[in-house]
Structure formats: structure tokens, C-alpha cells
Design a protein around this ligand. Structure first.
Ligand code: VY7
Length: 167
């Protein structure tokens, strides 16, 4: 297995506004649930706190929360002081589920990016996905644009790290 970053973004990479996900695409939540399965999920403290209490911890998954705050307690989750410590707990088998700060830190460790593109432009977004360097990442699976039952267009794009060893 490997380290997979899972996010949903708007047309310019926005993932959040004021601690929430500023669109409604239930098909993406289903995808998120499917991708994270029963494995370990690593998230930042703000993302943890953004989850509705009834979905905290995310059920059937090992929840790991990153914070620099000593003594932070997350009921039903494990707390790690940083990404390296979290990856020590999971042994390179984990889904990183946000947010911005954590994606940016985890990108260099990641093997795969599983991105949902949402065809909206979020006004006043305050959280963004890291830019994907296409010299380093190959979009090996680009899904068709589909209509959500909420009317919003979305598609799934999967990236894998380009292996330069064979060049
Ligand atoms: C985070 C929720 C947020 C608000 C309400 C319910 C992609 C997504 C995320 C994170 C979408 C969320 C939820 C949905 C998942 C349910 C539990 C309830 C589950 C991400 N592509 N999409 N996200 N939950 N990192 N990447 O919706 O969760 O999985 O059991």
C-alpha cells in the first residue's frame, strides 16, 4: 500500500472556506468513504474539528490527528505531533485527508493523489490544495465530468508520481 492524498477542489484549487467544504456533492463524500475504506486516515487538527461531531472519529477507520499542541485530546482518535510521527504509526499505509497545511507537508511523501474536481469557483475561499507539479505527477486516470444529483459537475482525477528512474 501507499500514502494517498485525497481531496476535493474547485476549479482553482480551493478546498475550504471558514472551516467548511463550500459545495455539496454527495457523490464525492461516497467516493471519500470508499477511498478511505477501513484504513488509517491522517488529518490536521482543524480538519478534525471541522467534522460534524457525529462523524468523529470517521467510523471504521484509524483516525490520526496532527497537532503541535501538547496535551491535545481527540476522543476516538490518536494524536501525533507531526506527519513523521503519524507515518510511524501507520507505516506508509494511510490516506491523508486534509487540510491545506497537511496536504502540503504530505505531498513529498505521497505516492498517489486522488482528486475530485468540482466545477465551481468558490468565492472567498481560505484553504487551498497544493499545486500539482505535472513534471512530477501524471494524471493516469481522468474521469468523465458527471452531474451530481445536486446539479454540480464534478470529475475524479487520479495522479501517480512519475518514476524518473526509468528515464
Ligand atoms: C468530510 C464530512 C464533512 C461534513 C459532513 C459529513 C474528498 C472529501 C474529503 C473530506 C469530503 C468530507 C462528512 C463524509 C464522509 C463520511 C462521514 C461524514 C464517511 C476529502 N475528495 N472529499 N470530505 N462525512 N478529504 N477528499 O466530506 O466529511 O466517510 O464516513
Amino acid at each position: 500500500m501507499s500514502i494517498v492524498l485525497v481531496w476535493a477542489q474547485d476549479r482553482v484549487g480551493a478546498i475550504g472556506r471558514a472551516g467548511t467544504i463550500p459545495w455539496s456533492v454527495p457523490e464525492d463524500m461516497a467516493r471519500f468513504k470508499e477511498l478511505t475504506g477501513t484504513g488509517a486516515v491522517i488529518m490536521g487538527r482543524k480538519t478534525w474539528e471541522s467534522l460534524p461531531a457525529r462523524f468523529r472519529p470517521l467510523p471504521q477507520r484509524r483516525n490520526i490527528v496532527l497537532t503541535r499542541a501538547a496535551g491535545y485530546w481527540a476522543e476516538g482518535a490518536e494524536v501525533a505531533a507531526g506527519l513523521e510521527a503519524a507515518l510511524e504509526l501507520t507505516g506508509r499505509v494511510a490516506a491523508v485527508i486534509g487540510g491545506s497545511e497537511i496536504y502540503t507537508a504530505a505531498l513529498e511523501h505521497a505516492d498517489e493523489l486522488r482528486v475530485t474536481e468540482i466545477d465551481v469557483l468558490v468565492d472567498a475561499a481560505d484553504a487551498f490544495a497544493p499545486p500539482i507539479d505535472l513534471d512530477r505527477w501524471e494524471a493516469h486516470q481522468v474521469g468523465q465530468w458527471q452531474y451530481s444529483r445536486t446539479g454540480t459537475l464534478y470529475r475524479f482525477v487520479d495522479y501517480r508520481r512519475i518514476d524518473y528512474r526509468n528515464r
